[in-house]
Design a protein around this ligand. Structure first.
Ligand SMILES: Nc1nc(=O)c2c([nH]1)NC[C@@H]1CN(c3ccc(C(=O)N[C@@H](CCC(=O)O)C(=O)O)cc3)C=[N+]21
Length: 289
């Protein structure tokens, strides 16, 4: 057996073509150009690269972006003020606050200050809650991108045992909720989990979301599993060791070229959707309840 490659890079590219056409159609119909605001606090070079990739993706599909760079010494209040400005800026339909922020900043408070209708990155407590309850909300970008990728390749989720490694607020936790909503049986593993290898061995679907290079070993994973790796580390390795997996699992995401491009694609798709919704509410203010 040779694993199906869940090619996020190719899927993101074809979805970008559709998005480009949809953005044009939206503007031809009188809509304002959708604009994503990205906020980077501090000067971490890899964070700067990720934000630049998001700005570039907006440009490729004909959307606008507003890049806000704040110094590493920014306070919580200063960041809250910036977010408030963007919430009230009628040209901006999506706001992304790049994680992580410097440690003096209350990141949760800042995420939660993002207006729910502009939370295209799915980071607010309210957005998480709505999503988890199966109500309309933008899901967190990385798990939302993973769900799109699994759906595209017709990976069966319902009734399967999904083991998510990691419980971070914008990755593991929402990933588990999305898989549960898709009727998987979900196990969430984390730093205090005992017998990790035995749990992973039960997984029909394994999601690596721990942020540590190759912490998850290839020989823990059973034959025929679906392997999703949301990690990305120096040297092009993920959270999951891939040695020998290609020959014996059903499907796997490459690193790079798997989850990363789908994260960005989810973000820009959500930004267009947000523009479409905000437009609706200005055209028919009285129909919004
Ligand atoms: N509020 C917030 N939302 C995020 O979604 C968010 C964040 N903060 N902080 C950092 C992580 C990381 N992240 C990536 C997005 C795309 C790639 C990506 O496209 N990577 C390419 C490789 C790029 C390369 O080769 O350097 C790939 O996997 O193929 C990677 C990482 C979004 N994040």
């Amino acid at each position: 057996m040779s694993a199906l490659i869940l090619d996020g890079k190719a899927l993101a590219k074809s979805r970008e073509q559709q998005l480009h056409a949809a953005v044009k159609k939206f503007q031809d119909g009188g809509g304002l150009q959708p604009v994503l605001a990205t906020i980077l606090v501090g000067d971490d070079p890899s964070s700067a690269t990720y934000v630049q990739m998001k700005v570039n993706a907006c440009a490729r599909v004909g959307m606008g972006s507003r890049f806000i760079s704040l110094p590493a010494s920014t306070t919580t209040d200063q960041l809250l003020e910036k977010i408030d400005q963007l919430n009230n800026d009628t040209e901006v339909c999506g706001i992304l606050l790049q994680h992580p922020v410097p440690e003096q900043i209350d990141e949760r408070a800042c995420f939660d200050a993002i207006a729910i209708e502009k939370d295209v990155d799915g980071v607010t407590t309210q957005g998480f809650g709505l999503m988890a309850m199966g109500e309309p909300a933008f899901g967190s970008a990385t798990p939302a991108g993973i769900m799109t990728l699994l759906k595209h390749y017709d990976v069966e989720i319902s009734g399967k045992h999904a083991v998510v490694l990691g419980r971070s607020p914008i990755l593991g936790k929402p990933m588990a909720a999305m898989l549960l909503n898709a009727n998987a049986t979900v196990t969430i593993c984390h730093s205090r989990t005992q017998n990790l290898a035995a749990l992973v061995a039960q997984a029909d679907i394994v999601v690596g979301a721990v942020g540590q290079p190759e912490l998850i070993k290839a020989d823990w994973i059973k034959d025929g599993a679906v392997v999703v790796d949301a990690g990305y580390h120096a040297g092009g390795v993920g959270d999951i060791e891939k040695t020998g997996l290609q020959e014996r699992v059903a499907a796997l995401t490459p690193v790079p070229g798997g989850v990363g491009p789908m994260t960005i694609n989810a973000l820009i798709s959500h930004t267009l959707e947000s523009a479409q919704r905000l437009e609706l509410s200005t055209v028919h203010p009285n129909t919004v309840e």
